[in-house]
Ligand binder design. Structure first.
Ligand code: DC
Length: 220
């Protein structure tokens, strides 16, 4: 079974998708983490985030996999654990630019499809229902208000010890929303077969329960 979860930054997708995958005993594939790992490598190599060819070469030379862990699954890029490093504000601020290049996306989509080929998966991102898994059994669009998404991102960063400015975080989310939904290929959108889950007033547990009951209802 393939479950696609798309939605904007900070809507709670990753936490929901990870919890859902654990409950169903499916593999969880966080495609945002894959774009972030590539963006981290680009930052470390001081590449221009607008240079499609260099970024494509970098993507072709990048191996990413997810390592199950008792707490949270680890993101391993070229043998290095980048789980924490990919969440830095510096990576967040360039990742949408890196992810905007069609050739880079093509390569990432190929890797994501390979990962899903022989497993039941919950995969989250922006273009999963449309591009990566168009035949997914369920396509969820998980969203929340901009204010709530900003609040959650601030808490996440503060919990990791970053000092944050509320206006900067809000602008960063708005920028990414814009870039993610206006790019040429793989733009974030609600599809005709998306099931919209608004998590503004829901806990993770409530959102997962809602999704589980939709899946179980459809299986009966
Ligand atoms: O979900 P996230 O915030 O970790 O995603 C990081 C960035 O990667 C985000 O700006 C959009 C991009 N992304 C994408 O373009 N396509 C995906 N399937 C997943 C993420």
């Amino acid at each position: 079974m393939k479950i696609a979860i798309d939605g904007p930054a900070g809507a709670g997708k990753s936490t929901i998708a990870r919890t859902l995958a654990a409950r169903l005993a499916f593999l969880y594939i966080d495609t945002g983490a894959m774009y972030r790992a590539l963006a981290l490598k680009a930052v470390q190599a001081a590449l221009n985030p607008n240079d499609q060819q260099q970024l494509l070469d970098l993507a072709l030379d990048t191996h990413i996999y997810f390592q199950p862990d008792s707490q949270q699954q680890k993101v391993i890029c070229d043998g290095v654990d980048v789980t924490e490093a990919i969440r830095s504000p510096q990576v967040s601020s360039v990742v949408a630019q890196v992810a905007a290049h069609p050739a880079v996306r093509e390569q990432m989509v190929r890797m994501q499809r390979d990962m899903a080929r022989s497993n039941s998966v919950v995969m989250d991102g922006r273009d999963i229902g449309e591009c990566v898994l168009p035949d997914a059994d369920f396509k969820f669009y998980v969203t929340a208000s901009l204010e709530e998404r900003t609040r959650r991102r601030i808490k996440e960063l503060q919990d990791k010890g970053y000092q944050v400015n509320e206006e900067d975080i809000k602008k960063d989310i708005e920028n990414r929303d814009y870039q993610d939904s206006h790019r040429e290929v793989g733009a974030l959108k609600i599809l005709p077969d998306s099931i919209v889950i608004d998590t503004t007033d829901l806990t993770v547990e409530e959102a997962v329960n809602r999704i589980m009951s939709i899946i179980q209802g459809a299986r009966k």
